[in-house]
Write a new protein. Structure first.
Length: 294
């Protein structure tokens, strides 16, 4: 039986009333014995573009977050001031749009042809349609309070937690299904998430599973073994970040990234005919997103 690890990170935001309506959790599932090889190869790839060795990158916790890298390219093109977190990357060699583009291309190539065997999973939520499907009265109440310029802090938190909880719960469901006879054969998985992710929602989902109120976590190790750590020191979390980013931006129809997802699709559960539903969980339904072509 395989001992596997599942690393996950989020892309987008959970807030109501923002200009981002898509939220995604991305996950990479691999055998424990392959973690070091995948991590080392990822760092070696990054080191070719930065003025540091792979060992220094690992020790100092230097990472390339998907949203930061794409924003860095945008700022370099427009000669805009850099964010504080982008300045170290600029000083390490990502100081022209050409160099940033070369890194971006190599990252997508790495994710499409990884050095080890792994599986991608994702849960993808259209926030407004999810609230209208499951929390319509509360969402309408939020909209009215917002229109009247009343404080919406409490109800915004409630709606946000609902999206995060469901996205994590249904992601665990797909991971759980992977342990079914005939697909995979492992006793469970331990999960590691980015500490900057929506941990409150995820802890709530985990607690429900541990209490026996969830239908999606019959494997005890999935319900009981969830930890959060820094993606700066964990290449597998960095990969999960890019997976979540790829799925979210495809769902948003972003022209600069929506073609990148096609290279990742063969590594998704359910490829080629059942990715939507098996590998990518559409919330509330598949009809709420673009058609996925393989």
């Amino acid at each position: 039986m395989e001992e596997v690890a599942a690393f996950f990170d989020d892309s987008g935001d959970l807030e109501a009333g923002t200009n981002r309506n898509i939220f995604c959790l991305g996950m990479v599932v691999l055998q424990v014995n392959d973690i070091m090889r995948l991590s080392d190869t990822w760092l070696q790839m990054l080191a070719r573009h930065l003025k540091l060795s792979a060992n220094v990158l690992a020790v100092n916790g230097i990472e390339v977050k998907s949203s930061d890298i794409y924003d860095l390219r945008k700022r370099l093109r427009g000669s805009q001031p850099l964010k504080a977190e982008q300045k170290p990357l600029y000083n390490m060699g990502l100081n022209t749009t050409q160099r940033v583009d070369e890194l971006i291309d190599n990252i997508w190539e790495f994710l499409s042809t990884p050095p080890v065997s792994y599986i991608y999973l994702a849960s993808l939520a259209n926030k407004e349609k999810t609230w209208r499907r499951f929390k319509e009265s509360r969402y309408e109440e939020f909209l009215e309070m917002h229109r009247l310029r009343q404080s919406t802090k409490g109800i915004r938190m409630e709606l946000s937690l609902f999206i995060g909880e469901k996205a994590f719960e249904w992601l665990l469901q797909r991971l759980n299904y992977m342990g079914n006879p005939g697909e995979k054969d492992y006793p469970g998985a331990f999960l590691i998430g980015d500490e900057n992710a929506v941990t409150t929602s995820m802890y709530k989902s985990q607690a429900r599973a541990q209490a026996g109120f969830s239908n999606y976590t019959s494997l005890p190790k999935i319900a009981n073994n969830v930890w959060f750590g820094s993606s700066a020191h964990n290449p597998c979390l960095q990969i999960a970040d890019w997976v979540a980013f790829a799925v979210r931006t495809w769902a948003e129809g972003r022209q600069d990234t929506n073609t990148r997802l096609s290279g990742l699709l063969p590594n998704f559960r359910g490829y080629p005919n059942n990715i939507m539903g098996w590998g990518i969980v559409p919330i509330p339904s598949e009809d709420d997103f673009p058609k996925l072509t393989t």
